[in-house]
Ligand binder design. Structure first.
Ligand SMILES: C[S@@+](CC[C@H](N)C(=O)[O-])C[C@H]1O[C@@H](n2cnc3c(N)ncnc32)[C@H](O)[C@@H]1O
Length: 209
């Protein structure tokens, strides 16, 4: 890996702000797919399996939240899903995602800010690898619930390290107690990469009430 790419990856994984994330992922975008292939990255395949278990084909729009270069969009398309929207804060990552030709719409926006989609719009929100401490915050869950159709699904992964510190279990429980969603499945912690035991993740399937 080149020094520039190594620096970008380090910035992306240790980001202290959205500017760090943007700069890190913009710098990594060109080499991201090759790196993830080499590391045996499993989350897009797993999230696709969960989507397939809960969402019939042809049922309506799906948001890929923190879509990056579009690995999940490619898996979902292979599995027969259409009407996909990508959202990410890194325009560099979204440019690679656009080149796959699998998303109808691509939006450069920040998870955690107010999102510019109509309420109750998406049949489902799916997300692979975007949430965790130093990444997209638990505070974004509420706005994702808002734009999901009642009865629709949210399939989300969170990096295990720092999960409590980032308030993820607390926010999941708060939304459940508030009657905003119910938990259908909880998976993990599991290894998201071949031979990287420190990279543990959790995944959930929620249904909006
Ligand atoms: C590890 S990559 C995962 C990308 C893709 N989902 C995949 O599985 O390959 C994390 C992505 O989340 C995006 N991201 C992190 N925090 C974000 C935030 N607050 N809002 C939007 N995107 C964010 C990053 O820009 C990056 O593209």
């Amino acid at each position: 890996m080149s020094d520039d790419r190594e620096e970008a990856v380090a910035l992306a994984y240790n980001a202290r702000s959205n500017d760090d994330l943007r700069q890190g992922y913009d710098g990594w975008a060109g080499g991201y797919d090759a790196d993830m292939d080499r590391r045996g990255y499993k989350l897009p395949g797993l999230v696709t399996a969960l989507v397939a278990r809960h969402i019939p084909l042809g049922d309506g729009p799906i948001l890929d939240a923190g879509a990056g270069t579009g690995l999940l969009g490619e898996w979902l398309t292979l599995a027969g899903y259409k009407d996909l929207t990508a959202l990410d804060l890194s325009q560099g990552m979204l440019d690679v995602a656009a080149s796959r030709g699998v998303y109808g719409t691509l939006t450069c926006a920040v998870l955690g800010d107010q999102l510019d989609y109509p309420a109750n719009h998406f049949r489902a929100v799916a997300s692979a690898g975007a949430f965790g401490v130093h990444h997209a915050p638990s505070a974004a869950f509420e706005s994702l619930v808002e734009i999901t159709q009642p009865g629709g699904h949210l399939i989300l992964t969170v990096r295990s390290i720092g999960m409590e510190e980032g308030g993820f279990p607390q926010e999941i429980a708060r939304l459940e107690d508030a009657g905003r969603w119910k938990t259908l499945e909880t998976l993990g912690p599991f290894f998201a990469f071949r031979d990287e035991p420190e990279s543990l993740y959790m995944a959930w399937v929620f249904q909006k009430i």
